[in-house]
Design a protein around this ligand. Structure first.
Ligand SMILES: NC(=O)c1ccc[n+]([C@@H]2O[C@H](COP(=O)([O-])OP(=O)(O)OC[C@H]3O[C@@H](n4cnc5c(N)ncnc54)[C@H](O)[C@@H]3O)[C@@H](O)[C@H]2O)c1
Ligand SMILES: O=C(O)C(=O)C[C@@H](O)[C@H](O)[C@H](O)COP(=O)(O)O
Ligand SMILES: [Zn+2]
Length: 397
């Protein structure tokens, strides 16, 4: 049963309580530094603080790796697609820090983000007698990052790990903030831990080899930050979408930087999602239902989030929080980014059952992230009749 409820959690409302810098609106033509576009975004979490380094040529730049934990052994965890592209260069960069740089290639894809494949990381660590100072490097997209982070959280009750994200989605979202997890057949990211990396290295050059569909999936999470936290960023995305889609490095650098700044501020206020952090889940209640309902990997995570954001925008409008033209605007930018916006026809009952398992649900009540004005989000339950209307209106019934 879904009933109306409140639960305001806005970045604007909570940012004053944080020592993090305020999230300020962006100018549409943000100035970019010259050279390799390098910039650093700090994540302020006390003793768990770390930097997100963004730029070109970072894999081969020794300064990217300076100051990371030194240890006898490192394990690069990647997958069969990414390792052939970048693991040699990463291993060479790590040689000064570790006597032994081991490698593990996991199978590729969301369908492999599960307990059986996670076990292979532990098998390798134990098989090679890796001690508790061993550093794990997650080289790949969000699947590799989430699984490596979870393995790092669990192995010998915690070893250091570094995120080296190679998809746009991973650079703007999954590598930051310490959510690590595997999927369960019944629900997305259901088994996991909060565990922060020691550093995040976003080499924009790795995005050159990304498939167009994956670039679009990453843009969904970039778009997300506009409605939830920064209306000016949504303007900037709309104005610079063509540049982003042709992988203009300055545009990508800015998109990754601004996304990471917003995520870092939210996580700095609420690391373990006791309130505010839930705004990062905009579109995800619908989106995770799509992923689990169709079988993991059928739709990409970013694709499901894009469609889910359009549905959540519509829910916000039907609840009287936003005007109808906001829904049209969000749908248009998602379409322009190459994202699907028509929901799969899972049937209303299946949608409701899947969303009932969402981590934000409490006491059987589904709670959604809604937009209450551009740049501000909060969590709210909704009458089941309205949720059914949304599912039907987007083709999901
Ligand atoms: N932890 C978090 O906060 C968080 C946030 C968002 C998403 N996620 C999770 O992240 C996952 C999605 O991440 P994703 O979109 O990166 O998917 P992914 O990890 O499956 O990577 C997408 C595809 O691109 C390939 N690839 C990666 N880098 C490449 C490169 N540079 N060149 C060519 N191919 C490359 C991968 O092998 C894969 O086939 C989901 O499991 C999602 O739940 C987690
Ligand atoms: O970092 C967060 O918090 C997010 O919600 C970011 C999301 O984009 C991401 O997909 C996350 O993995 C979802 O987390 P979950 O707790 O809903 O599984
Ligand atoms: Zn997501």
């Amino acid at each position: 049963m879904i009933a109306p409820a409140e639960g305001a959690a806005t970045l604007a409302g909570m940012s004053t309580a944080s020592s993090a810098p305020p999230v300020s609106p962006l100018s549409v033509t943000a100035a970019q530094p010259a050279g390799n576009l390098r910039r650093t975004v700090p994540v302020s979490l006390g003793e768990r603080s770390y930097d997100i380094v963004i730029g070109c040529g970072l894999l081969d730049d020794p300064t990217s790796w300076a100051g990371l934990p030194r240890s006898a052994t490192a394990l690069i965890v990647s997958n069969v697609t990414v390792a052939p592209l970048y693991a040699d260069r990463l291993a060479a960069a790590l040689a000064p820090l570790h006597r032994r740089v081991l490698r593990l290639e996991l199978p590729d894809g969301e369908a492999h983000k599960n307990a059986a494949v996670l076990e292979r990381i532990y098998d390798r660590l134990l098989g090679d007698a890796c001690d508790r100072r061993t550093v794990l490097y997650a080289l790949g997209g969000g699947v590799v990052g989430d699984m490596t982070g979870f393995a790092a959280a669990c192995y010998m009750r915690g070893v250091p790990f570094v995120q080296v994200p190679t998809t746009l989605l991973a650079q703007v979202d999954s590598s930051v903030g310490g959510k690590t997890a595997i999927n369960h057949p019944l629900g997305k990211n259901m088994i996991g831990a909060f565990y922060q990396p020691a550093r995040v290295i976003c080499d924009l050059d790795t995005l050159d080899t990304l498939a167009p569909r994956e670039l679009s999936a990453g843009l969904a999470e970039v778009i997300k930050y506009g409605p939830i936290a920064d209306a000016g960023f949504l303007d900037w995305i709309e104005a610079n979408l063509a540049a982003l889609m042709r992988r203009d490095k300055a545009a990508l650098a800015h998109a990754v930087q601004r996304s990471c700044e917003i995520k870092a501020q939210v996580v700095g206020c609420d690391e373990r999602e006791s309130g505010l952090r839930a705004i990062l889940n905009f579109g995800h209640t619908f989106g995770h239902a799509i992923e689990a309902g169709l079988g993991y990997g059928e739709w990409l995570h970013g694709e499901a989030v894009g469609c889910g954001m359009v549905m959540a925008a519509d829910l916000s409008a039907r609840l009287g929080l936003m005007p109808a033209d906001f829904v049209a605007r969000l749908k248009r930018v998602c379409e322009r980014a190459g994202l699907p916006v028509r929901a799969p026809a899972l049937g209303a009952e299946r949608w409701l059952a899947l969303m009932g398992l969402d981590k934000k649900a409490e006491g059987g009540e589904i709670r959604f992230v809604v937009i209450d004005r551009l740049g501000s989000a909060r969590m709210q339950a909704a009458p089941e009749s309205i949720v059914r209307e949304v599912i039907a209106a987007h083709g999901g019934a």
